[in-house]
Structure formats: structure tokens, C-alpha cells
Design a protein around this ligand. Structure first.
Ligand SMILES: C[S@@+](CC[C@H](N)C(=O)[O-])C[C@H]1O[C@@H](n2cnc3c(N)ncnc32)[C@H](O)[C@@H]1O
Length: 914
């Protein structure tokens, strides 16, 4: 008998068992309410469901147990039989399964350790030995079946057999499994298409270039990511069509997608549903959507069967709602690997952004729609008390768009009404740079199925989490043009807009065109522009176009789980004609996502920000005039530092001097061939060519540098070395000759003549961690490697001990911390250039008695290890020293403010990733 025939038999036996169980259950009040599984039995796909399923509700939304059915020619302990049954139970998250071959039956249950074991086994009838006897002794297995159902009922009552909600099963197990099991083969199918049509590769790679950054946590291969996106798209179509059947008769067409259907049949069916029910982005088909191997289509058909089996349209609407919510968050988790904006943060942005709830609001880079949904909810909340049609009105004024079609599917799901409505969903696909007021966008009207065009209005609110695409992208249409226009506009205002601003900076400026006068943009960006050179002119442009109601950085944990990304939240109000420039607010939101999820805490934050006053301990903010900001910039202080109240440094005006007027600032030596030039062994070459090296300050525990390696520096020829008897050095050179790097080849006169670099007086680390300090070089000639930034006094008469103390005072260290920003991994993003443009307390202003007091107070610190800054600042000797320094400048009152600002900045920067 062919395998297919065997299977057909088993399938019909399974169907017989299902109806026998249902007959037995009829009229009884048991935990087991129904059996099912008819529509999911399929041998062709990769993902398989049990042949028989027991449910604990009549709608079949809660699964109790799966059964694996075979004929007696498959032994009850057959390895494949057992493992299939257990695997299917796992897929459904069930803790038990039944194996049944008409001769024997077994109940397998999951142990506490997670493996399955046999709990009970039964002989149904010794007389049933082959297929013919199944029919002959039907009475025997039927009687046993009834007793088995009763036994299972007892196990359920005792809690040994547990149930699982279908919603969870679908979103947490089945969808991820179908995606994971099929993404490689779909990706291979896509590659197959590329082999015969080079354009496919061009299109997939061009898509990938604009999204790759969003996928960093997830997929690294363009084809796999695209395959995954296609699969999620298909699964969403099935799920959503089944969920909306209850409101839209036409969505029932999905039931026709069954075994034997082709990909084209399925696509036609969804196109029909789209044309009659709307939800275009969900049902529409992205390029190459039909690259589905047969087994994948089979899995999708089974998935459809599973959805139908559980009578989604009979479900209580709360349950249907929950299933939708679960599937949205599951899609978000897997989609895209994008960083969906956490919901509480989206709500905060909506609450900050929506001031006129009847005006139009837009998320121009909506991704999976989290912010769009929050905007809609906020509008409903504010208008409900005064308007009967609040929900409909909110739909008519909430716009969502994204450059990619795919996240829009999830966005459509997120925004979809829970009940039937006739409003259009204003969700569209467009590059935001191509949207202008008046741009016509097409939508499908769900009440007529007709296309309707709508002109994009000017908005009262734009709230968006802008993409993390860096400055050199060339993929986004109209980007260069907009950039040029904005640069020209900036030039006219005397601002030189830098070319190295990331894409989101241009977005922030561009969006002003789409706002009504007085309209608000609440935008989330990465925080890196706040400490980049390019960020300053961007900020000047922002201030030209908007009243900056706030630039806030996050001060507690990361808002995006498991990423290094730290954010800036911008609250900008478009200037009205005649508006005069007002102060700018910059601050820190010290709230975790958990805090933002608490409505009371969130409203207190919103009130503080909108009112510009401290109504919540979770927000700290500082006012600056543009002149202040320019002055701080001239001192080398970044915008990022201003958020933390570097304003406490204002009284230093007139007491500072540029570091570069006293010191030359440079980086240590870059060897380009570390193994040849550096060693831990002080005797690796002959003594005249071996010098102490400071590799980093990790091993330096005091304010005096401790060399931690040795460097080879030599400009003698090999002949000279031989003549002078430096054979060790010669041997060292020969040993490394074969691997000379390109960079070493450029050394002169010989590849091993490393430019010695300069000696120096002080050094500090590039990218320091929690210890922040300037260390002084000891007596010996020594060199630093490139991880150090070195300071060498320009004058032979410089007062080095005093300069060293001033640089290491709390004011000096706040300046150092304020010259950079957090790298996201705990380190400070500082550079030689940032230190070279920084200012320090002016040593020439210190009176002789104060000088001595400072040096005396510094002495105890030099005799002990340098501690992590947040401890260091609170040590008694350090406190006395800092006060002595501030006193010398008449600034002792500043001590607390400086210490607080510095310790908060270091805390935020070094806080561990969640
Ligand atoms: C950080 S994600 C937004 C996340 C979203 N708030 C969510 O919760 O899923 C940025 C989005 O910007 C979109 N995007 C990138 N460039 C765009 C452009 N030029 N126009 C419109 N959208 C763009 C990306 O496709 C991505 O979905």
C-alpha cells in the first residue's frame, strides 16, 4: 500500500475517532467539551499538529491534549510514532499526549524536568492486529474509547493534565515554529529566483540596506530576513482574515484556502478580501511573496485549518481582542527584529504630542504602529467626554505611514477597530520625505470597497520614533534633495548644517513643513547627535524652526530592551509668525519603561514637561538661552551634558582657559603591528631600544602613570645593529619580517622605525569607564599607545603640579565627562578633538596661598588608589580637595551641584544593560 493510502486511512480513522468522542461527550457536563483536528491533518507540511485534539470549551479555543493515531502495523513503542506525538504536544504547549494504534493506547505526560514519560498504558484489544480487524472489532475499540475519555477526565480534574489557550499556542508556538521551520527554504526559493532574474537580488538588497540596522538583533542575512518577513505577512493574513470573519462576510473566503490550493489561489483570495474589506496593507502582497515551496504552503494551509477549527468567529469578543493583541505583539517580536517602540514610551509621546485632540496627528515612520495606536487612544480619551463619535473621529484624524509595506501590516492590525466601523484606516506606505501637505494618498473605503484619494493635511501633532539610519545612506529617495534644501535654508540663516548629521536630523527639520503653526512634533531619536560636532548646527536649526519645549535624554536603564541604543526625546512646537525665541529646556527623564507604564507617574512626567516645572521627581530639566548654549559649546561642553545641568558650571565664566592654550593634546602611538612593537617582556629587544609604554590606564591605580608594557623604538639599520652587537634586536626584527603590515611598511627609514611619538606630562583614557582621571607621567621617558590622550605642556615653565590638581578636581572632571557622551556600553565617547577644544580652570588665577592649599589637599589622594568616580566623589579627602580647588576660585557653593551632575552622568553612562 502506498504511503499516501496508509495516511488516507489513518486520516479517516482519526476523523472517525473525533466524531465518536464528540458523540460520547454529547449531553455530558465534562471538562472535555469537544474533540477536533479534522482540518489540520496533513502530511505534506513541515509543521504538524496532532491528529485528534481535545478542547475544554465548545469554541475550541482551549486545548487540553493531542492524540497521535496509527494503525496496528505501527507498534505502540515505535520510535518515530512516540517522538512525533511528543513533538506535537510540545508545539501546542500541552503537557500530555495519547498514542493510539487501535491495539494499544498510551498516555504520555511531561515530568517536572521537562521530558515525557509513559504514565499509563492499556491494551485495547489483542484481536485488533491489522487494518481489516479495526473495522471488524469496532465495538471493542469504541467501548475502550469511552472509558479512556472518562480516565482522561479524571486526570484533568486532578490537575495532572493541563490546558493551554489557543491564542498563546498560535502566537507563541505555532507562528514562530512555522517561521523558523520555513525561513531557510523560502530564502532558498528567493535565491532560486535571483538566479534567473538579477533584479530580484537588486531589490532585496536595496530593501535590506534601508532596514539592516533595525534587524541587528535578529537576522544578518538579507534573504533570510526577507523570507521571514514574507512568512509573517502570510501568517498575519490568515490570522486576521479569520478574526474579522465575524464582521465582514467576505473575509470568509479565507476558508476556501485548503489543501490543494496554489499560492496564486491564496493570493487571489486575499486580494479579494482586501478589495471588499479594506485593510489593504495586511492583505496586499509584497514583491516575491509567492516564493513559497510546496511544504511551506502546506504549513500555511494547516495554520488556516487550525484557526478555523477553533471557531474564531464564535469567540467571545474579549477573547478575540486578546488574541489579536497577542498576535500583534508576537508579530512585533519576530517581525522585523525592528525595535518596536515600547508601548509606555509611545503613550508618553502621545500625551506630550496631542494638544488639540480634534486636529490631525501623524506617525510618519510608524513601523508596527505602536505610536499611531497610542495617538488614537489619546485622542479618544480626550474627546470621549464631549463627543459621541470620539472613536470614529479619532480614526479620521490619525495617520500612520512607513516607507516599507511590511511593518504596515502589523500597524494595520494594531490600529484595527475591535468592532466593525466604516471609517477608513489612514495607513499608507510612503517615504516621509515624499510627503508634503496636499500629497494625494489612496485608501480603500471598507464600506464601498472603492479607492478613495485623500490629501495629506497639515498636522497638529507628529509623533514618531525616527529610524536609526546613518548619514551616508543613499537609498532613500528625495533625501539628498531635502538635505540640500535644508542646508541652503540654514546657510541663509548663517548656520552651517553639517554633512555628517544622521538621517533623523533631517527628518526633524523636514517635518516642520507638515505641521500647522503651533503644531507639536514629539520625536524619538538616538542621543548621539547631542555629543557630535555635527549636532550643534542641527540644534541651531531646530531652534530656528521650533520653540524647543524640551530635549530629554533617558536617565534610567535603556528604553529599548537589550540594545545599546540610548535616546533623546524631542518636544518641538512649530513657531508661529512673530514668535520670539524663548529659552530652550533640556533635561533627563529618570524613568524606566516600568515607571512609564504607571499612568500616574507618566502624567506627572507629562505635566512637568508641558508646564516646564518640576512636578515629578522623574524629570529634571534646565533652561538655557541660545547664548548660554553657544557659550557652553565654546567651553567644549556637549549638548548631552547640558541635559544633566552642566549649567552648574555657569559661574566658571571668566575663570577658565582653553586646555589647548596650555597644552598640546595628542593621541599616543599607533603601532600598526603590535606583536612586533609591543611586549610584556622588558628584555624582548636590547635595552637601548626598549622603552616603557603606557598601554592603558586600567593598570594605573594612582594619579601617577604606571607603564604596563614595553615598546620597541629603533632607527638603526640592520648592518649597524649587527656591527654594534645588538643581536637580540636583530633576531626580533628578522622574526617579524615576514608579517610586516601595510601600516608598518610606511615607517621610515625602516619598517621597524616606529615614530617614537612625543613624551608627555599627563594622559587620560580614550573611552574611560567608571574611573575618570588624568595621570601624570613619572620620571622615566615613556610613551603611550593610541588608547590614551596625552597632554604636553607648551611652556617649560608651566605649573604642572597645579594643572594636574585642577584637571583632577570635580570641576575638571565634570568638564571631562561633559566633553563626550555615553557610548551605550558604559564607556565615555570622548576623542582627542573633544579634549583639545575643552576648557579647564585657569591656573594663572590661583593665588599662591590657595595653590599651596590645593596641592596639600591633593596629596592624600595621590597616596591611595583612584576609585570609581561615584565612590571617589564622596571620599572625605576628595571632598576636602574639591572644596579647596573651588574655594581658590571663590566657587565653594558649587560643590554639591557639580558633584551631583557629575555623579548622575557617570551613573547613567555606566548603568548595566538590562
Ligand atoms: C524605529 S522604527 C519605528 C518603530 C515603531 N514606532 C514601532 O513601534 O514599530 C523606524 C521606522 O522608520 C521606517 N522608515 C525608515 N525610513 C523611512 C522613510 N524615509 N520614510 C518613512 N519611514 C521610514 C522604517 O521602516 C521603520 O519602520
Amino acid at each position: 500500500m502506498s504511503a499516501q493510502r496508509v495516511h488516507d486511512n489513518e486520516r479517516s480513522y482519526a476523523i472517525e475517532l473525533i466524531s465518536a468522542i464528540n458523540d460520547y461527550l454529547h449531553g455530558k457536563d465534562m471538562h472535555i467539551k469537544r474533540a477536533g483536528g479534522e482540518s489540520t491533518i496533513n502530511e505534506r507540511g513541515r509543521v504538524k499538529f496532532p491528529d485528534v485534539l481535545l478542547f475544554s470549551d465548545r469554541q475550541r479555543s482551549t486545548i487540553l491534549q493531542g492524540w497521535e493515531i496509527k494503525c496496528p502495523d505501527v507498534k505502540i513503542d515505535d520510535e518515530a510514532f512516540v517522538s512525533d506525538a511528543r513533538r506535537k504536544a510540545e508545539l501546542l504547549g500541552c503537557n500530555s499526549c495519547i498514542l493510539w494504534n487501535f491495539q494499544h493506547a498510551e498516555l504520555h505526560v511531561r515530568t517536572k524536568e521537562g521530558s515525557f514519560e509513559i504514565l499509563e498504558s492499556w491494551t485495547i484489544s489483542e484481536r485488533i492486529t491489522d487494518r481489516a480487524s479495526i473495522n471488524a472489532f469496532q465495538g471493542e475499540w469504541m467501548a475502550f474509547l469511552h472509558s479512556l475519555v472518562d480516565t482522561i477526565e479524571l486526570f484533568i480534574a486532578s490537575g495532572r493534565i493541563k490546558q493551554r489557550e489557543l491564542g498563546e499556542v498560535i502566537t507563541d508556538s505555532v507562528m514562530p515554529k512555522i517561521i523558523n521551520d520555513n525561513k531557510a527554504s523560502v530564502s532558498t526559493a528567493l535565491k532560486g529566483r535571483t538566479a534567473v532574474d538579477a533584479l530580484v537580488d537588486i531589490n532585496i538588497r536595496s530593501w535590506w540596506r534601508t532596514v539592516a540596522k533595525e534587524y541587528t538583533l535578529d537576522e544578518s542575512d538579507a534573504y533570510c530576513a526577507y523570507a521571514k518577513m514574507l512568512l509573517i505577512g502570510w501568517l498575519n493574513k490568515f490570522l486576521f482574515a479569520n478574526l474579522i470573519k465575524v464582521y465582514y462576510q467576505d473575509a470568509r473566503e479565507v476558508e476556501g484556502i485548503a489543501e490543494g490550493c496554489t499560492v496564486e489561489d491564496a493570493a487571489r483570495c486575499f486580494a479579494l478580501i482586501a478589495s471588499r474589506c479594506g485593510f489593504y496593507h495586511l492583505f496586499n502582497s509584497p514583491p516575491y511573496f509567492d516564493s513559497l515551496p510546496e511544504a511551506t504552503l502546506s504549513d500555511l494551509v494547516q495554520f488556516n485549518g487550525l484557526l478555523q477549527m477553533c471557531d474564531l468567529d464564535q469567540l467571545d469578543s474579549r477573547y478575540r481582542h486578546r488574541l489579536l493583541e497577542e498576535s500583534i505583539s508576537s508579530a512585533k517580536r519576530q517581525v522585523s527584529g525592528q525595535y518596536p517602540t515600547p508601548e509606555p514610551l509611545a503613550r508618553l509621546m502621545a500625551e506630550l504630542g496631542v494638544r488639540n485632540a480634534t486636529g490631525h496627528a501623524w506617525d510618519c515612520c510608524c513601523g508596527t504602529g505602536t505610536i499611531g495606536k497610542a495617538l488614537w487612544e489619546r485622542k479618544v480619551k480626550l474627546t470621549e467626554p464631549v463627543m459621541d463619535d470620539a472613536a470614529d473621529r479619532a480614526y479620521r484624524t490619525t495617520w500612520l505611514s512607513d516607507i516599507h509595506d511590511f511593518p504596515l501590516q502589523v500597524a494595520t492590525l494594531a490600529l484595527s477597530p475591535r468592532e466593525h466601523i466604516d471609517s477608513l484606516l489612514l495607513v499608507f506606505q510612503k517615504n516621509a520625505f515624499e510627503v508634503e501637505p496636499g500629497t494625494m494618498v489612496e485608501f480603500i473605503d471598507p464600506s464601498t470597497g472603492e479607492e478613495v484619494g485623500k490629501a495629506v493635511p497639515r498636522f497638529d501633532t507628529i509623533a514618531s520614533n525616527l529610524p536609526y539610519v546613518d548619514f551616508n545612506t543613499k537609498e532613500i529617495g528625495r533625501y539628498s534633495q531635502i538635505k540640500d534644501e535644508l542646508k541652503q535654508e540654514a546657510r541663509a540663516a548663517g548656520i552651517k548644517l553639517h554633512d555628517r548629521n544622521d538621517l533623523y536630523c533631517y527628518f526633524c527639520l523636514y517635518l516642520e513643513r507638515l505641521l500647522n503653526d503651533g503644531g507639536v512634533a514629539c520625536l524619538l531619536t538616538s542621543n548621539t547627535w547631542l555629543f557630535s560636532q555635527a549636532g550643534v548646527s542641527f540644534f541651531e536649526m531646530l531652534a530656528l524652526k521650533y520653540q524647543i519645549e524640551g530635549v530629554f535624554v533617558n536617565g534610567q536603564a535603556r528604553w529599548f530592551h537589550k540594545t545599546k541604543v540610548m535616546n533623546a526625546l524631542l518636544v518641538l512646537r512649530k513657531k508661529k509668525p512673530g514668535d520670539t525665541p524663548s529659552d530652550v529646556r533640556m533635561g533627563v527623564v529618570h524613568a524606566s519603561i516600568g515607571d512609564l507604564d504607571d499612568p500616574a507617574k507618566r502624567s506627572a512626567i507629562v505635566e512637568s514637561i508641558l508646564a516646564g516645572s518640576d512636578r515629578s521627581a522623574l524629570v529634571s530639566q534646565h533652561r538655557y538661552s541660545l547664548e548660554d548654549i553657544r557659550r557652553f559649546h565654546a567651553w567644549g561642553i556637549t549638548l548631552y551634558a547640558l541635559c544633566f545641568g552642566a549649567s552648574s558650571l555657569s559661574p566658571l565664566a571668566g575663570k577658565l582657559v582653553p586646555i589647548s592654550s596650555l597644552f598640546e593634546v595628542f593621541r599616543g602611538v599607533k603601532s600598526g603591528y603590535d606583536s612586533a612593537f609591543y611586549s610584556d617582556d622588558p628584555c624582548f629587544v636590547d635595552p637601548p631600544f626598549c622603552f616603557p609604554l603606557i598601554k592603558n590606564l586600567r593598570g594605573t591605580h594612582s594619579y601617577t602613570l604606571e607603564p604596563n608594557q614595553y615598546v620597541f623604538i629603533c632607527d638603526k639599520s640592520k648592518d649597524e645593529l649587527a656591527r654594534e652587537g645588538h643581536f637580540k634586536t636583530l633576531g626580533h626584527i628578522r622574526r617579524h619580517e615576514a608579517g610586516v603590515t601595510e601600516s608598518a611598511k610606511s615607517n621610515t627609514p625602516y619598517w621597524y622605525s616606529l615614530p617614537a611619538g612625543k613624551s608627555f606630562h599627563f594622559a587620560t583614557m580614550m573611552n574611560p569607564g567608571d574611573r575618570l582621571f588624568f595621570a601624570q607621567a613619572g620620571g622615566d621617558v615613556c610613551f603611550a599607545n593610541q588608547r590614551l590622550i596625552c597632554l604636553r605642556a607648551l611652556s617649560d615653565h608651566a605649573d604642572l603640579p597645579l594643572a594636574h590638581a585642577l584637571l583632577n578636581s570635580c570641576a575638571g572632571l565634570l568638564m571631562l565627562e561633559s566633553s563626550g557622551g555615553p557610548m551605550g556600553d558604559g564607556a565615555l565617547d570622548n576623542r582627542k578633538e573633544s579634549l583639545a577644544s575643552l576648557s579647564m580652570l585657569d591656573p594663572s588665577l590661583v593665588a599662591p596661598e590657595s595653590r599651596q592649599a590645593i596641592l596639600n589637599a591633593f596629596e592624600p589622594l595621590k597616596g591611595r588608589p583612584v576609585k570609581p568616580l561615584r565612590e571617589e566623589l564622596y571620599e572625605a579627602d576628595r571632598e576636602a580637595f574639591d572644596k579647596a580647588v573651588l574655594q581658590a576660585f571663590g566657587l565653594e557653593d558649587l560643590h554639591d551641584r557639580i558633584r551631583n551632575a557629575l555623579s548622575t552622568m557617570v551613573k547613567v553612562r555606566t548603568e548595566e544593560l538590562p
